[in-house]
Every structure is written in C-alpha cells, then in structure tokens.
Design a protein around this ligand. Structure first.
Ligand code: AHR
Length: 520
C-alpha cells in the first residue's frame, strides 16, 4: 500500500516536472542506439538515382534547350541545370522512359534528319527527337552519372534493341559503328544498366507476368556487348502490392537477370484515387499525414518482394531496383495536365528523406532507386520556367544525403513515439546512420511531426566521436516551398541543436525537419 502511494507520488511529481518544462513537454521523444561496431552492407550510390523521361518539360526546356537558345547553354544543355546536377553528385540517370520508352525507336533520335513523332503518352504533343542517344549519353557524362537505358519491348523488336546496344557499345568497324562515328562519337560509351521494357503490366504492353518473363528471356538472349562492356540487364517488374511479377521472374528466369524493377508512387489520397490525388500545396494536415502513411507503405512492399527474392535467390545475386518512386499530386492548375507539373514542398523533403531511409535499410538487396523525375515532372529536383530555375526541397535532401553515397550501413535501433492525426499515425522520427567513405559517422534524422519538436537521445556504440556538426532543412509551413519569385525560401541551414555528452548524442529536431549530422 505504502509502495503504491510512493509510486503514485513519484508519478505525479514527474508529470508536474514535465509540464513545468515547456520545451520538454512540447516534444516527442525518441531514443536510438547506433552500432558502429557492426558495419553492414554498402549503401550503393545508385539508391540516390534519377529518372528523366520525355514528358512535358522534363527534357525539352528543362535540360535541353538547343544550341541556338537565348537561355545560357553548354552545347544545348542548360548551363544552370548542368551545374546544379553536377553539384548533386547524381550517380545514375534512367532514360528515355517510363511509358515513353516502349514507343521509342532509337534511330529516330540519331543523325541530322530526325522525324517528328507524337508523344502519345504525355500530352499527345510533337516529339522533335532533338534529344536522342548522343544527347543523353553526353549529358550523363557531363554530370558524372552512369547511364541507364530503358529499351523498347512494347513496340520494338529484339533486333532493334540488339542494334541499339551495339551502336552504343561496339568497338568494331561495322555499319552501325560507322553510323555512330559519322554522328560524332568515335569511342563506344559505357552503358551501366539496360532494361527490357517498362511497366509491362500497363503502358508497356498490358502483359501477364508469365508472358513477359518469356519475352525477357528472348530479348535478353540477344543483348550482347564486348567483354567488360555488357550492361546489367534489368527486368520490368511489379508495382504496389503486386509482387507476383517478382515471383514469376525470379522463379522462372535463369540467365541474364541482373535486377528486377519495382515501381511505387505515393499519393495523399488514402484510397489511392488517381483522379483526386490531392494538391501539391495548400493541403490540410490530414493530407500531410496521409502522404506520409502512403510513403511509408513502400517498406511493406519492399519487404514482400525481398522475401520472395530471398527464397529463390538466397545469395542475393539479383538486385531489386526501385526504378520509379516519389510523390504524385494533382497537376498544377493552368498547365498541361499531361505534363505532370507539380510544386515541391517541405512535405516532399520529409517523405524523400523517410523513403531514402527505407531504401538504405534494404541496401543489401535494393541497389538502385530512381526518383520520378529529375526536372519539372512529379517530385522533381529542379523546376524551370523559361530562363529561370529553382532547386526544390527534395533537391536539398538529396544534396544533404550525398555523404551516404557509397557509405557503410550501421545498424541503428530506434524507439520512437508516434505522430498521430485524424485517425492516422506514423513514427515521429526516422533515423539512419552510416560510416561515410571518409571515415566520418553520418547520422540522418527526420521529424515527421509538422507541429512539435522531437528530442532524440542516441547512444553510440563502437565509436567515440568528439565533434558534431550538422545541417537542417525546415520551414514555417507544411507546404513551404521555393517559387520563381523567391527561389531560396527553403534551403539547408547550419544546425546547432545537437550536443555530444560522452557516448550520448542529444538532438532536438525542429518540427517537420530533415537533419544530417556528421560526427568525427
Ligand atoms: O513517371 C511517370 C510515369 O509513371 C512513367 O512514365 C511510368 O512508367 C509510370 O506509370
């Protein structure tokens, strides 16, 4: 009885103490342990990859303006966009689609005479083919990224695909390589990745997994390249809760299967209503949290696919690539809806960070992820308007995460409260730790709660850092964003909310923020 009374007294004293400490009372609490003594898989740089499709102003106007444009350019590529992408250390770019890839015939995009075709998938607008194989591969080289080509299986033939690869990679003297030389490229290019089709369950041909698996085997048999120059061959896989594509491919394809692709888009609409997805700006808190709930589902789907792959491929020879991911909103009013234009806010930054944390958590199987899309389309890094350009909050997150490229995963246990709103709940905090290539310990922390600060107390085992520096991205509103009139409103700032006390790191994360700490 006395013990119970004492306990009740202590409890009421603790409650009073917490209430009297406003900053503490206002905060959510999380605790974490970083195991620096148990390094895991390498975080492939390609997890921070990009996707660039012939869609709206994703290429034309966004990357390519042509040599005669009044917009400052380097051989036709926007100089401002090139500089921003170089600075982003883009590891890989996937091109030319998307849905566009399965109607793309590569010969239309080489040489001086290029036919004007129709982009039937995206707005039904003319496609000049001014940006083709040479323009893409030279662009990838200019920004220092690996090239990932999506081949046409929907309306193409094995011969067309085989010849495209030969055109790009052969060092022999043939009619095809003479054509390449006549078009201005002597040496073959390095093609790191080559996919046989895109979304073959939908825009890529409305196929069944069994039919596509057979097509994959057939097309892959003809994709040949000189020794050491063969790209990793990627199969078009499933999406959302459809792991049957992964299962069919991994259980029936024996040869040439380097990776299976998977697509997942985040929608604010809890019912995944593609006609009313939700607005990119001016949204209520219910859509802040429903977007996060949707984004975090990616983890569930990845685990489904990985479990299947682990069963048939326990040595993890075949990779899982998330070739398309990101937030998809209703298009910005006033523009061509077929061009998929959308603003990019702090919500996108927070979901990008949480999604990258998920990819890194599966680093031993997920060896590439390409956000949709690089410029002007969906969850873009960069938006352009004529000669103007801005960097989005998502760009800044990718930039802040550069030290994670090629770093070594450090297991981290996390106990976190949950942020709740309107019947939904998500973990308040997402964290990620890794040993960077320069030896420093990198620690990313995201506060998913838009209203409350979050205190995170972290124990570091197996390392004894003495110095912490940091950078943070946040803003006053859930939809804080950069506009062409105020292009630097949301940008990373030095972060001073972290303190080291022996093996303990105490961090106070501002509401709706992404923080990256470097511990030396
Ligand atoms: O990224 C936009 C489109 O989304 C891609 O073209 C397609 O693959 C997916 O459905």
């Amino acid at each position: 009885m006395t013990n119970q009374r004492n306990l009740a007294l202590v409890a009421s004293w603790l409650v009073a103490l917490l209430a009297a400490t406003p900053a503490f009372a206002a905060s959510q609490i999380a605790s974490a342990t970083i195991h620096a003594e148990r390094p895991g898989a390498e975080i492939r740089p390609e997890i921070f990859g990009q996707f660039s499709e012939h869609l709206g102003s994703g290429i034309y106007g966004g990357i390519w303006v042509g040599k005669d444009s009044p917009i400052p350019n380097t051989d036709g590529y926007r100089t401002d966009v090139l500089a921003a992408l170089k600075d982003l250390h883009v590891p890989v770019v996937r091109w030319p689609g998307g849905c566009f890839a399965d109607e793309y015939h590569w010969r239309d995009g080489v040489g001086a005479e290029r036919p004007v075709t129709i982009n039937t998938n995206w707005g039904g607008v003319p496609e000049s083919n001014a940006f083709g194989t040479h323009e893409f591969l030279n662009f990838a080289a200019l920004i220092g990224a690996k090239a990932y080509i999506s081949g046409n299986v929907g309306t193409g033939t094995p011969r067309e695909m085989e010849e495209w690869l030969q055109y790009m990679t052969s060092d022999q003297d043939t009619t095809l390589t003479r054509l390449r030389r006549a078009n201005g490229r002597d040496k073959p290019w390095q093609i790191a990745y080559f996919a046989i089709g895109n979304e073959t369950w939908g825009c890529g041909g409305n196929m069944r997994p069994e039919y596509y698996a057979d097509l994959f085997r057939r097309y892959a048999a003809f994709l040949k390249a000189p020794p050491g120059a063969k790209p990793l061959i990627v199969a078009s896989g499933g999406y959302d809760g459809h792991p049957e594509w992964t299962k069919t491919l991994i259980s029936t394809v024996r040869d040439n299967l380097g990776a299976i692709d998977f697509h997942y888009y985040t929608l604010p609409s809890p019912k995944r209503d593609w006609h009313h997805k939700g607005a990119a700006t001016g949204f209520p808190e219910s859509e802040w949290i429903s977007t996060l709930v949707s984004a975090l589902k990616l983890d569930v789907y990845l685990k489904q696919n990985i479990a299947i792959m682990d069963k048939y491929d326990p040595k993890k020879k075949v990779a899982l690539f998330v070739d398309e991911w990101g937030n998809w909103y209703d298009p910005t009013p006033g523009g061509n809806p077929g061009f998929l234009p959308q603003q990019n806010t702090l919500r996108d930054a927070v979901t990008a960070a949480a999604s990258l944390d998920i990819f890194m958590a599966h680093a031993d199987r997920v060896r590439m992820a390409n956000i949709s899309q690089m410029v002007n389309v969906l969850q873009a890094m960069i938006l352009t308007d004529g000669p103007r350009m801005l960097l989005t909050p998502t760009y800044h997150v990718f930039h802040m995460y550069i030290p994670f490229q090629g770093a070594t995963y450090l297991p981290t246990e996390l106990k976190t409260s949950r942020y709740r709103f309107g019947g939904f709940s998500v973990p308040t905090v997402s964290v990620w730790a890794a040993r960077a290539k320069d030896g420093s310990l990198e620690y990313a922390l995201t506060n998913l709660d838009p209203d409350q600060a979050a205190k995170v107390s972290t124990r570091i085992v197996g390392a004894a850092p003495t110095r912490v520096t940091g950078i943070a991205l946040t803003g006053p509103a859930m939809d804080s964003h950069n506009s062409f009139d105020d292009s630097n409103s949301v940008h990373p700032e030095p972060f001073t909310g972290a303190e080291l006390h022996g093996d303990r790191l105490e961090v106070t994360l501002p509401p709706k923020s992404v923080v990256v700490l470097t511990l030396n």
